[in-house]
Design a protein around this ligand. Structure first.
Ligand code: ZN
Ligand code: ZN
Length: 735
């Protein structure tokens, strides 16, 4: 042994198994130590099957073993067949996100391993080719199939039947006669590569200027962030497509994030027109099988461009060259369930780790991004004009204090007149109200009782078409009761306030001959129905669409010249620091639907607060005035992005226990400079899905390491059984 001591041998040469810290996709504190097979060299990111309990679990080699557990007590993990490895940058990204959001790294890893079946070996598909024999009996149907087979492409029975317009039995007959023979193909069709030069567009000079900057950013292959800030209809998509084209030319992959699945269908077609093929797709509506195909293709570099929802940010790109976050201000980028994170912010982080370009696109940027862009941290590329001949719509306020609608109605006289003249000239209108259902509140006229959810401190919303009262938070439903549950009086329950169904009812009373459709997540289940409504609108089978924010974005209707905003004063809750910003963004976006082709558009906004900055900025088209005011007020109160916030939310079934735990947590809050702790207070919805909820809010200066502060606090906290503590860093919702 003396020689060996002088010159250490590699561990495997001594017959000792190598060890590694292996991260499991579970909410555990960190990696677990495992042995690896003798002689195994498994770098960070190597996927392994790790014994856990009586079974096995997919895990990832994360780093050195921690080492306190004896060799004889360690279990052995096996690298997967084919030795798949997650890219090192993705592992670094997972660690970063876990650190920032105070989630367990295993919880973040679970998001990156969404398609575990992707690591199973690829199977085969049976397809058929022209065989050696020609059947004695030929029919026209058989001739068509064999003529089709002359092109030498392998097809399955269904494809032959469909393309030759014959029944599957005809194809099977030819297989029996050996006129078609079986062949094996890989299980998955390959992804076709988008062509950067397929249909290069003609850009306006401002678009071209912005595109040049983005193309050169991609070309530098280093970290950069740009805000592509353009009015609705200015052609942001065509502009950032040039950056995608540049990534393709440089043999890099690109990721485009969209806030909503309903936007993807139209987007995929648009992409195909520019690049010749559809991109890969990644969101919750994609089938398990297709996810497996896409995950593999991203990981082996075959899928060059992915379009997806926020979860696509955790895909294993080996050579990412560009991330685009479209509609970057959208709240849908914040994941509120499970591991809480903001996909726009994390996209910037991933771009930094990948040393690649990141483009944030919006007509109404979030204040955070706007401040970063105007202070020079991000490049600020502005597209101030609409593309082509389209003009920005004219926006007018209707002061509801003077132009009141009759009691129980919501369309004022000026709005009704504008609708009438739009319909007369054969054009289309959209009425916007961000409220689903018929009425947001049902009240007893006799005793004042309000119908609320039994699981949540929220009103039940009446859905008259379905004849149900529904809780929009937990999904609880009931039939409208025949009498007041409180005072038992009959026929005293009345609907208060409007939802889209009620506005549609009023509309049809005034304009009985107009063809009207309601667009909300209740009337349109899933992207296909949304798509059908969009097509019907585009083909002018509908005169007026009455919708919630589902119709607010991304759709282009050339004949839509009037947008009416039924109630502009429906903001968020009190104490929500982004309520005004969101109202502005939403109304601005809805307004942008009007007059996108050559016809000028008109937007009428009904409000009781016409002097409010939000309304004035909308009416005057002075967006920067709104941002300046909002910025000043956030700066004065040290609110984000000038200070930092985190929420600590305690929830549980036993209300007293939750309130007790919240008080105890507040008492042990560490004292620190430039850190303020507010609360505990009952959450806005103090009862949600049967759980009592209490909130604490932490506000710090930007200079404070908020994560370190929160971690120290969380570690010291003793949360009783039955109570859950959730930390929400950079909270977006204050419910
Ligand atoms: Zn009553
Ligand atoms: Zn509920």
């Amino acid at each position: 042994m003396s020689n060996a001591a002088a010159k250490p041998l590699p561990l495997f040469a001594l017959g000792i198994s190598p060890r590694a810290g292996i991260l499991l996709p579970r909410p555990l504190k960190g990696p677990y130590d495992y042995k690896l097979p003798k002689g195994c060299n498994a770098p960070r990111g190597t996927l392994v099957a790790a014994p856990l309990g009586t079974g096995e679990i997919l895990g990832v080699v994360w780093g050195e073993a921690e080492g306190s557990v004896g060799d004889n007590r360690l279990k052995e993990a096996q690298p997967l067949e084919g030795n798949p490895i997650l890219p090192a940058q993705l592992c670094d990204f997972i660690d970063w996100v876990a650190q920032y959001t105070l989630n367990a790294p295993g919880s973040i890893l679970a998001m990156a391993l969404r398609s575990q079946a992707a690591f199973e070996p690829q199977g085969v598909r049976i397809a058929f080719l022209r065989g050696p024999k020609t059947p004695a009996r030929m029919t026209d149907a058989r001739k068509r199939v064999l003529a089709l087979a002359e092109d030498g492409l392998a097809r399955n029975v269904a494809s032959f039947a469909e393309e030759a317009n014959v029944s599957p039995a005809v194809v099977r007959g030819l297989i029996e006669a050996e006129a078609l023979v079986a062949t094996e193909l890989p299980e998955f069709l390959p992804f076709r590569e988008p062509d950067p030069d397929f249909a290069a567009p003609t850009l306006s000079s401002t678009q071209a200027d912005a595109a040049r900057v983005l193309v050169s950013d991609v070309g530098f292959k280093r970290f950069s962030v740009s805000l592509l800030d353009g009015v609705t209809g200015s052609g942001k998509t065509e502009t950032y497509f040039e950056a995608v084209a540049q990534a393709l030319r440089q043999r890099k992959q690109a990721l485009i994030l969209l806030p909503e699945i309903s936007l993807t269908v139209q987007f995929l077609e648009r992409f195909a027109q520019r690049f010749g093929v559809r991109p890969a797709e990644w969101h919750s509506d994609v089938s398990q099988r297709e996810r497996r195909r896409t995950y593999r293709a991203v990981m082996n570099g075959e899928a060059r461009v992915v379009v997806g929802a926020r979860s696509a940010l955790f895909l294993p790109f080996p050579e990412l060259g560009l991330i685009v976050v479209d509609e970057e201000h959208e709240q849908a980028y914040k994941q509120e369930d499970g591991a809480i994170y903001h996909a726009r912010d994390m996209a910037v982080v991933r771009a930094r780790i990948e040393a690649c370009a990141c483009v944030l696109a919006s007509a109404t940027p979030s204040l955070e991004t706007y401040v970063n862009a105007t202070s020079g941290r991000y490049a600020h590329l502005r597209l101030r004009n609409r593309h082509g001949k389209a003009q920005l719509p004219e926006i007018r306020l209707i002061d509801l204090r003077h132009a009141r609608a009759d009691p129980g109605t919501w369309l004022s006289q000026p709005l009704r007149e504008a609708i009438a003249s739009t319909l007369e000239s054969g054009e289309q209108a959209m009425l916007f109200l961000n409220r689903r259902g018929y009425a947001p509140l049902t009240l007893c006229e006799s005793c004042g009782h309000k119908l609320t959810c039994r699981n949540c401190s929220a009103w039940l919303v009446e859905h008259r078409y379905r004849k149900r009262l529904t809780c929009h938070h937990c999904g609880f439903e009931m039939a409208p009761p025949p009498q007041c549950p409180q005072c038992k009086a009959e026929r005293t329950l009345i609907a208060c306030g409007p939802g889209v169904e009620r506005v549609a009812e009023e509309f049809s009373g005034v304009f009985p001959n107009a063809r009207v459709a309601i667009a909300s997540s209740d009337t349109m289940q899933g992207p296909n129905e949304t798509q059908a409504a969009i097509r019907a609108m585009a083909k002018r089978e509908i005169d007026v669409m009455i919708g919630t924010q589902i119709m607010a974005k991304g759709h282009h209707f050339p004949q839509l010249t009037l947008v009416g905003i039924v109630d502009a004063d429906l903001g968020g809750s009190d104490g929500d620091l982004r309520a005004r910003e969101r109202t502005f963004q939403l109304l601005h976006q809805v307004s942008g639907r009007a007059g996108r082709a050559e016809k000028p558009g008109l937007v009428l906004i009904q409000t009781r607060n016409p002097d409010d900055t939000v309304m004035k900025a909308l009416a005057n088209g002075d967006r920067d005035a709104f941002y300046a005011q909002e910025r000043a007020s956030r700066e004065a109160t040290h609110a984000p992005p000038f200070g930092r916030l985190a929420a600590m939310i305690l929830s549980g079934g036993d209300g007293d226990k939750v309130r007790g735990a919240a008080r105890a947590l507040a008492e042990i809050a560490p004292k620190a400079r430039d850190v303020k702790v507010w609360g505990p207070t009952p959450a806005f919805y103090s009862l949600l899905r049967g759980l009592t909820r209490e909130r604490l809010l932490v506000q710090t200066e930007r200079s404070v390491d908020m994560q370190a502060y929160l971690r120290a606090w969380k570690t010291a906290a003793k949360i009783p059984n039955g109570v859950r503590l959730t930390v929400d860093v950079d909270p977006m919702s204050f419910f």
